[in-house]
Design a protein around this ligand. Sequence first.
Ligand code: PMV
Length: 329
Amino acid sequence: MKFTAVANSNIAVIKYWGKRDEKLNLPQNSSISFTMDGQLSTTTTVEFDKKLTRDELVLDDKATGEKELVRVSQFLDLIRNRAQIQSKAKVISKNSFPKGAGLASSASGFAALAAAASRAAGLQLSEKELSILARQGSGSASRSVFGGAVEWQKGNEKNGSDSFAIQLSSEKNWKHLRNIIAIVSSEEKKISSRAGMAETVKTSKLYKKRLEEVGRRIETIRNAIRNNDFESMIDAIMQDSDSMHACMADTIPPIIYMNETSHKIAKAVSELNSSEKIAAYTFDAGPNAHVYTTKPQEVKSMLKEIDGIQEIIECKIGEGIRYSEKHLF
Ligand code: PMV
């Protein structure tokens, strides 16, 4: 049987940067994100087929390279083991991300794959089980199972059984919130987040400090989410992004993802906040800016004055995984 699932990307306000278990993708700290709307989504159709001799993967109409195929095959092995099947799978996946925006995300990709492939293998997983499964493909994918505000609880168990995401607040409570994304570069990142975070854990002295402080920011953001109060999380969001990028820069050799335009945006957001706090920037493992705000017009006018921005995308807070009858093959 063929199954198709759709998952949206998510952008963290408390970042995941560093694992305590490389194989199981167990994080050093809990993280919190908002799930994006369907503008940043992945749709994936999966069918297990006895006639296939190896897994097949087509991503955005292109057969993928060997490295990507191996990563997906290893992920499918987790599902095959669990479902006690041997068949190889055909996987067709499409991103709705603006082409060449450098936004394509493993979060929506592995969340959609986990959902479609587990159903196609005959498994009926709970959302918790799905989050644990998606996590093993890509850590941030654990959060894309749910819509709205989501926390990936780091957990303490060695086998990862308590490291999964939960919804903190439905997307219905965040209709006023936007992520204004400023595309600064469409280039693929030179250092993958997997490689980058491993180096940070190994060599950054500042990283230990980050782990000591992050709990306080998590508390602040959890409270703000509970009270549906964006303003009171603004400082913590920017501090957490700054802290992650400081640890990256403190890594030996330094890892730099933000560029000159990214820094100009961060400065402009801080200036915009000087009269009234309305926006929070956050940057992932790349130079593109994500500016959370409840005043999108003001943020967009501010961004239009900055040189070096290629495109501006206004994203709402979106839903979790859903299934579709519209198969891709
Ligand atoms: O899921 P990964 O392994 O691509 O890690 C993503 C890490 C960041 O995007 C930089 C932060 C986060 O929490 O999403």
